[in-house]
Design a protein. Structure first.
Ligand code: 6PG
Length: 467
């Protein structure tokens, strides 16, 4: 077989995806920036019995020359400059009708720009979000494709084959033009940040408020993973908490510095939300928590100056489980709101139900909720808000008192729960038909003559302070 499909970038994710492609019977040609990775990969694939349809080259140039047209080349290189540099070289080598697929965590604005530049040259470009970490890439990731319908047709067969399956259906789809796929991945990561933060807060309450050991808490998460909270993140949390550090014999989580890294994709969701005049406050809280976590020195000073211990908590497992469930529903709901708003702004026509379906398996935020979320988006949603879907109204109504007990108990005892508190603040705001921004409008008018709308509908009105 002479491969018309190529993959450039044999890092952890690139190698895993390449093995997945070979495993599905496709011929593949690989290459890498530093060429020593190529024979190593060929050897690795051989050991797995997957080298029959594998060929390799030690440069982009040689790779393109070895492949008959029309070619499709998947880029698995770090997002940002390396992607641009690789594309620049590729454009000169490829011919009309060839396709470039960027499968990294690229900024959707870069993807929009690259689509324009590349397609002007008669080539086809796909910006593709891939989720699921190394294991997902190897055995079936969730794949969010952005590009033209023609571009999708060119790669559909292989993408659907390598994707995770949910009830036999591939967790991959063409979700819209140019930046749509990478934007859906961005929102995925925003939700990922929020869910991780909510889980970490609940863990913190059990650990520092109820005095439980990581192992015991892990067992609780294990149990929760068999119920409404069933999900990949809850599953791995249980495993992480029950793991022991071999050097010290302590719980593994206890030897890790509490400063969270972030490559930025989750943050982009919060940035886009705010830029569009919207809010995804649970996701924002999660981004903020990671930022504050990195200011360890300040937190040490703060712990000294405001030295009030975190108090004991008498919260039940059931309350914590319910609070986490509502928090999770709200973070999905906020992610989908941002998805819809951006889709409207950029004319992507993203089908939220399809995005939810693509996330049902393979990705980091896969959870039992997603099938119900997809169904909710197929029905008539009041105000387009997931939290008003019948199925979720029942869940939220039932669990809201628990979230309230958890947030009030935690805050009264001095535990930081910014994401849980944000979820509660959001729900309380959205069930307040008449809020207090009448006062803000009055203040704006007072100091800046900004005007306000009267309740009778008259616009551009001013208050008596201007009489
Ligand atoms: C996924 C992950 C993946 C990666 C993120 C983590 O869906 O498989 O989201 O893309 O783990 O880059 O992002 P941070 O480094 O920002 O936590």
């Amino acid at each position: 077989d002479t491969a018309t499909l190529g993959l450039y970038g044999l890092g952890t994710m690139g190698s895993a995806l390449a093995l997945n492609i070979l495993d599905n019977g496709f011929a593949l040609h690989v290459s890498n920036r530093s060429s020593d990775a190529v024979p190593l990969f060929v050897e690795e694939a051989g050991a797995d019995g997957l080298a029959d349809k594998l060929t390799g080259s030690d440069s982009l140039d040689a790779m393109v020359n070895a492949m008959p047209a029309p070619r499709a080349i998947i880029l698995m290189v770090p997002s940002g400059k390396p992607v641009d540099a690789t594309i620049q070289t590729l454009i000169l080598l490829l011919a009309k009708g060839d396709t470039i697929i960027d499968a990294g965590n690229s900024d959707f604005r870069d993807t929009i720009r690259r689509t324009k530049d590349i397609e002007q040259q008669g080539l086809t470009f796909i910006g593709m979000g891939v989720s699921g970490g190394e294991d997902g890439a190897r055995h079936g990731p969730s794949i969010m494709v952005g590009g033209s319908p023609a571009a999708w047709n060119a790669v559909r067969e292989v993408i659907e084959a390598i994707a995770a399956k949910f009830n036999g259906e591939p967790c991959a789809d063409h979700l819209g033009p140019d930046g749509a796929g990478h934007f859906v991945k961005t929102v995925h990561n925003g939700i990922e940040y929020a869910d991780m933060q909510l889980i970490a807060e609940v863990y913190g309450l059990m650990r520092y408020g109820r005095g439980q050991s990581p192992g015991d808490i892990g067992a609780v998460f294990d149990r929760w993973n068999k119920g409404a909270l069933e999900s990949y993140l809850v599953e791995i949390t249980a495993k992480v908490l029950q793991a022991t550090d071999s050097e010290t014999d302590q719980p593994a989580v206890d030897v890790i510095l509490d400063a969270a890294g972030q490559k930025g994709t989750g943050r982009w969701t919060a940035i886009e939300a705010i830029r569009m005049g919207q809010s995804a406050n649970v996701i924002e809280a999660a981004v903020a928590a990671r930022a504050w976590s990195s200011e360890g020195a300040a937190r040490t000073v703060g712990a000294d100056i405001y030295d009030t211990p975190r108090g004991e908590l008498a919260l039940s497992d059931v309350d914590l489980e319910s609070a986490l469930l509502v928090g999770r529903i709200v973070s999905y709901a906020q992610g989908f709101r941002i998805l819809t708003a951006a889709s409207d702004e950029f004319d992507w026509s993203i089908d939220s139900a399809r995005a939810a379906e693509v996330w049902r398996a393979g990705c980091i935020i896969r959870s039992a909720l997603l099938d119900d979320i997809a169904s909710a988006f197929r029905s008539d949603l009041p105000e387009g808000q997931l939290i008003f879907a019948d199925h979720f109204v029942v869940l939220i109504r039932d669990a809201l008192p628990a979230l309230r007990r958890v947030v009030s108990g935690a805050t009264a005892a001095g535990h930081a729960v910014p994401a849980l508190a944000s979820a509660l603040g959001f729900l309380d705001t959205l069930r307040t038909a008449r809020g207090t921004t009448d006062l803000i409008q009055a203040q704006r008018d007072f100091f800046g003559r900004h005007g306000f709308v009267r309740l009778d509908g008259r616009k551009d009105q001013h208050g008596p302070w201007w009489d």
